[in-house]
Design a protein around this ligand. Structure first.
Ligand code: ZN
Length: 200
């Protein structure tokens, strides 16, 4: 017997009388983790079915296969990676329902990314100061944005995680150094064509 598609699992729980216990965040036209509600705008496709298939969610057994659980949609949930890793592997489904009921809600992938950058800026006060020193200049937002993208292009990523929080802080500090360097040398505005050297 083949494992049901994500779409089939979503449809099953959408109709299930136990939906509130096992998929309290479920909305059929917007894929999300059943347990914490995490979602991404990147999953959006033309149809709900295509969006669910695209969603970066994992099939999680309510009763584990190793304890006799089936691959039927009624025994499968769609969870984000952290939820799947922390969910109980236990023979009594009531424990899964209980775990879901106490699971903290998680913001969207996009909001999480924004909050991570915000937290990184708190740890790189030099960047906030540098930004404040140029923000009134015409086109400053575009130039800072280009600078950050350039620096991010030089940063490494953790496999499957993207930029680490330490990388975000390092990028903001390098950006602050570059903004200050340009401002001191030939002036921030006149220095657009210069390449960025983050080595020094
Ligand atoms: Zn989750």
């Amino acid at each position: 017997m083949s494992v049901p598609s994500k779409w089939k699992i979503a449809q099953h729980w959408n109709e299930s009388p136990r939906r509130e216990d096992f998929a309290p965040h479920l909305l059929l036209d917007e894929p999300c983790c059943f347990a914490c509600g995490w979602f991404s705008e990147r999953w959006e496709r033309a149809t709900a079915q295509a969006s669910w298939q695209r969603a970066n969610l994992e099939r999680a057994h309510i009763i584990p296969s190793s304890l006799g659980g089936s691959d039927d949609a009624s025994n499968l949930l769609l969870l984000c990676k952290p939820c799947h890793q922390e969910s109980p592997d236990w023979v009594d489904p009531a424990q899964m329902a209980r775990w879901i009921a106490t699971r903290e809600e998680r913001p969207s992938r996009e909001l999480e990314t924004f909050l991570a950058w915000f937290a990184a800026a708190e740890k790189a006060p030099e960047f906030k100061d540098a930004l404040a020193s140029v923000v009134a200049e015409e086109g400053a937002a575009e130039r800072v944005s280009e600078l950050l993208q350039d620096l991010l292009g030089r940063a490494g990523t953790h496999f499957g995680v993207g930029f680490s929080q330490g990388t975000r802080v390092a990028v903001l500090q390098a950006a602050a150094d570059e903004i200050n360097r340009r401002a001191q040398q030939t002036g921030w505005e006149a220095d657009e064509s210069r390449s960025v050297d983050i080595q020094d």
